[in-house]
Design a protein around this ligand. Sequence first.
Ligand SMILES: Nc1ncnc2c1ncn2[C@@H]1O[C@H](COP(=O)(O)OP(=O)(O)OP(=O)(O)O)[C@@H](O)[C@H]1O
Ligand SMILES: [Mg+2]
Length: 406
Amino acid sequence: MSGGRPGDRASRTLLFTGKGGVGKTTVAAATAVRCADAGARTIVLSTDPAHSLADSLDVELGSHPTPVVDGLWGQQLDARERMEESWGDIKGWLADVFEWAGVDGVEAEELALLPGLEEVFGLVDIKGYVDGGEWDVIVVDCAPTAETIRLLSLPDVLRWYMERVFPTSRRLHRAVGPVLSRVTSLPVAGDAVFGSAERFYARLDGVKEILADTERTSVRLVVNPERMVVAEARRTATYLSLFGYGVDAVVANRLLPDGITDPWFDRWKESHAEHLTAIDEGFAPLPVLRADLAGEEVVGLERLRAFGAALYGEQDPATRLHDGSPLRIETRDADVVLLLDLPFADHDELDLGRHADELIVTVGPYRRAIVLPDSLRGRSVTGAKLDAGTLTVTFGAARPPTRRSS
Ligand SMILES: Nc1ncnc2c1ncn2[C@@H]1O[C@H](COP(=O)(O)OP(=O)(O)OP(=O)(O)O)[C@@H](O)[C@H]1O
Ligand SMILES: [Mg+2]
């Protein structure tokens, strides 16, 4: 079980996300069943506490890998369990801070859980599964997009804090901590808190490394042919790309089947066709997999099998359906350029900044600090443009080393 089996090919991780109710769980479950039927050792994980994955597969799932059918295991990630493991100390301290700030006890405990953070802890299991080499395919049924993006952006945000705020406050704590706690009653984070924050961050960073590796992980966006759903999927594609996650396909689900001829559906068919064209064109060159609206709920292995067969046809669901990495570095004559795909992003919502060895890219409400590789650190930004969904930042000739004045 541990250390991996020598000669094993690296496992592939497939993440399914999309607006609420579009069919994420169904597509994830059908994909997992199809991978297992093709002979891959597959595990399908759900971070959704509503147990809909179990309903979809029509089996009971526990918080540990539970056998579903030959080659397929399912698991309901128990975020709370993982959270208690790594978050206990930090939570305790936060609760103290809230209490100090006048928030009463019970409420403070709850606040310290930080809404949405729980899910992140579920994801740490993925790292163990990838490192363990026990699975060929790991399928993840994610929460609706907003939470997923917050989740996937968290490692970057935390890195920023870990590198800036923590060392500073830690130094401060060492120097004035004992005095501070005597003078004021503000609870000062102790070594235990810093220790668990660091461990937590390390685990999360390990997950990010896997999920943002386009060779190992593919994100698939599930949509329905509806205006609001497609609009949200476009935003999701932008933000996923900003944080370096590779979307390799779009799944257009619940399309009206050709066989429907009742004139009552004529307008629906027209509007589906329009949205489908918009999806094909907007997300190109990504492949758009199609799934018709079934005549009944897609529940249980047999229906999932039929759904998966129609969705993937001859393609292996586990392979990368589109190659490409959102972030690339290229040399052009004397310049080095950083290319970041930001599909559907507007000039108006884009902001760029340089801070020491980081390039800070802001798109709408999201900000990523991209740590510059060595090849770019000594260079200055000489130009930037957003064109056809790709941000190109040009770094000019290397600067001579400057002496720091302080
Ligand atoms: N193509 C389809 N044809 C018919 N029914 C479908 C289809 N796709 C999904 N469904 C049904 O729609 C319901 C919702 O699907 P599902 O649970 O997969 O959505 P979800 O995106 O995971 O929802 P949530 O955001 O709540 O997690 C389920 O009952 C499922 O069986
Ligand atoms: Mg679901």
